[in-house]
Design a protein around this ligand. Structure first.
Ligand SMILES: O=P(O)(O)OC[C@H]1O[C@H](O[C@H]2O[C@H](CO)[C@@H](O)[C@H](O)[C@H]2O)[C@H](O)[C@@H](O)[C@@H]1O
Length: 283
């Protein structure tokens, strides 16, 4: 299949090609949604050390004035993704953190208070992991509104994930939370929002006429579902997979596969290069 961005970004599906042609032909109606970890930011063993690809902030600054909106949808606290970009200078950027439960805009974060179950999990998780025999390297990331159990630093991350999974599910269920699986991580978090619902709501808010979403992990499948359902409503879309050997389920469902965060940034720069600056913008 062809591509308005040339041979490096050939679409795998006709619907994806239609979506990208709509974005290029009508950029002021285009909503660009992006995951953070694994998509804008290379995966590293320590989440505190993660930073966006060095060319990502520039790519977003180039793209944002040319489209309806750029939105980052992440499982991180929204302010963390902004800091780790750094993305403070991206014009009009919105960051929806905690799978859409938080909204960062113009330096302000708006979010409902976390439900009491988060504190229950905070109190019970260390013992639950110890009783489950969590191996060395398994650790808890407390994100305030949710708690993530990471296994990437264990000797066998997949075996460690399988070992602790029943305990995390059991505790989360008793606390009224859900478990969000990801790349060697299980996150106990409040229900009621996911990246798909957040993307749909934001597309509606901005009256988007096309939507693109790029992601790499299982939590991004809900955003792919949203693109599918928006297409059903007559809004063309593009599903971009930031490819990795760790997760294959997004690639199967994507319209375009690029090579990790470096490939995502190349794609965003190529897209921005095809779009005229919006009238009145300082680019
Ligand atoms: O929605 P995302 O922006 O993709 O966030 C999902 C989780 O990302 C982080 O964990 C992942 O990235 C880490 C840093 O590269 C890596 O060490 C870890 O193995 C990955 O799962 C973050 O720490 C989690 O809280 C997010 O939920």
């Amino acid at each position: 299949m062809g591509s308005p961005l040339g041979d490096s970004f050939r679409l795998r599906t006709q619907q994806g090609l239609d979506g990208l042609e709509k974005i290029v032909g009508d950029p002021s109606g285009a909503l660009i949604g992006l995951d953070f970890d694994g998509t804008l930011s290379p995966i590293v063993p320590d989440p505190d050390s993660a930073r966006a690809h060095p060319a990502a902030p520039g790519a977003l600054r180039l793209l944002a004035p040319r489209v309806c909106a750029v939105v980052i949808l992440t499982g991180r606290p929204a302010a963390t993704a902004v800091e780790y970009g750094p993305f403070q200078d991206v014009p009009g950027l919105i960051v929806l953190g905690h799978y859409g439960q938080e909204r960062w805009e113009d330096g302000e974060v708006v979010a409902p208070p976390p439900p009491p179950g988060v504190q229950k999990v905070r109190e019970g998780l260390p013992d639950a992991l110890a009783r489950a025999g969590a191996p060395d390297g398994v650790w808890i990331e407390d994100k305030g509104r949710s708690l993530a159990v990471h296994t990437r630093r264990a000797a066998d991350p997949q075996a460690a994930l399988e070992r602790v999974s029943p305990a995390v599910h059991d505790l989360a269920e008793r606390a009224g939370l859900i478990v969000e699986p990801g790349r060697f991580v299980l996150e106990a978090r409040p229900a009621g929002m996911d990246k798909g619902a957040a993307l749909r709501a934001f597309a509606r808010e901005r009256s988007a006429r096309s939507v693109l979403f790029a992601g790499d992990d299982l939590g991004d499948l809900a955003a792919f579902d949203a693109i599918d359902s928006l297409r059903g409503d007559g809004i063309p879309g593009v599903k971009v997979c930031s490819g990795s050997a760790e997760v294959t389920r997004l690639a199967e469902r994507s319209d375009l596969i690029v090579d990790g965060p470096a490939g995502v940034v190349d794609f965003l720069r190529a897209l921005a290069g095809r779009l005229p600056p919006a009238s009145g913008s300082q680019v």
